[in-house]
Design a protein around this ligand. Structure first.
Ligand SMILES: N[C@@H](CCC(=O)N[C@@H](CS)C(=O)NCC(=O)O)C(=O)O
Length: 277
């Protein structure tokens, strides 16, 4: 299959273009990212939340340029180039987010920590980040790439499975809200925010959409009310808005997922029914 994904436009637009421009000067801490990528958005949100000086470097990870593979042999964004030790590199969005939170820990400079202080609460946050990464996110791609006659389950079954994983997460949210842990925005919120921001693409492209009940059309319940409060707080968070390009760009970039023609590693894994990269 031709690699359709290498044609993605090479620049940020909208709010993200302003953010990228403010972080275009040479800096030893470098985020190699793609504007369209939700895993990148996780790391980018963490950088913004913590006011961390850095350089944003836009690349197209589908091109697998040798210089990029030399930094990250997995060939995935986000990839983080570090100031110390020299030439050190990290990748994997959840690893990168935790690193940023620990390395830039001074709350007077970098604001509140993104993981809780107690060992149990921290482990519990990681548990629900794992739920997002291993259940909610694969469910998102299964629904977005759902193809009648090719997917193992019907679209209704795929939607039910996806909503089930969201409901399970919502039931774990602090009742005081609005965020997962309550008043404090954390890595659990960051883990899911980029896909929450992209749910409208499923509404746009897929028959029946995401299927989350609108307010007043519930029948069901506290769960979706709590979800709406979380969703509103997270999508209105300045760090989430600032890392967002123009809507039309996502519409174009995600059409290849909706058509199930993407050749991205995430798209291939979803088609194959295997774990995401
Ligand atoms: N597990 C990785 C996934 C990152 C990922 O899949 N990034 C995509 C862009 S959204 C990528 O670089 N894809 C390159 C490819 O599919 O060849 C993480 O959490 O950082």
């Amino acid at each position: 299959m031709a690699n359709v994904d290498t044609s993605i436009p090479p620049e940020t637009t909208g709010a993200a273009a302003g953010l990228a421009a403010r972080h275009s000067a040479e800096h030893p801490l470098k985020l190699y990212g793609g504007w369209f990528c939700p895993f990148v958005q996780r790391a980018w949100i963490a950088l913004v939340e913590k006011h961390i000086e850095h350089q944003y470097v836009e690349i197209n990870p589908y091109k697998k340029e040798p210089e990029f593979l030399a930094l990250n042999p997995r060939g995935l964004v986000p990839t983080l180039g570090l100031p110390d030790p020299p030439r050190a590199v990290l990748y994997e969005s959840s690893v990168v987010c935790e690193y940023l939170d620990e390395r830039y820990a001074d709350e007077a400079v970098h604001g509140k920590r993104l993981l809780p202080g107690s060992a149990y609460e921290r482990a519990r946050a990681r548990l629900w980040i794992d739920h997002v990464s291993t259940r909610v996110i694969p469910g998102f791609y299964k629904l977005l790439q759902h193809t009648e006659g090719k997917s193992a389950l019907s679209i209704e079954e795929t939607r039910r499975e996806f909503l089930g994983h969201i409901r399970t997460l919502v039931k774990e949210m602090s009742s005081s809200g609005p965020f997962f842990l309550g008043e404090t925005f954390s890595l659990v919120d960051i883990a899911l925010a980029p896909w929450a921001k992209r749910l409208w693409l499923i509404d746009h492209y897929k028959n029946g959409g995401v299927g989350i009940p609108q307010e007043g059309h519930d029948g069901d319940d506290e769960v979706w009310g709590r979800w709406r409060a979380w969703f509103k707080a997270v999508t209105e968070r300045p760090s989430v808005k600032e890392t967002w390009s123009d809507d039309e760009r996502y519409l174009a970039a995600y059409k290849r997922y909706a058509d199930n023609t993407t050749n991205s590693l995430v798209g291939q894994a979803t088609r194959a029914g295997s774990g995401l990269p």
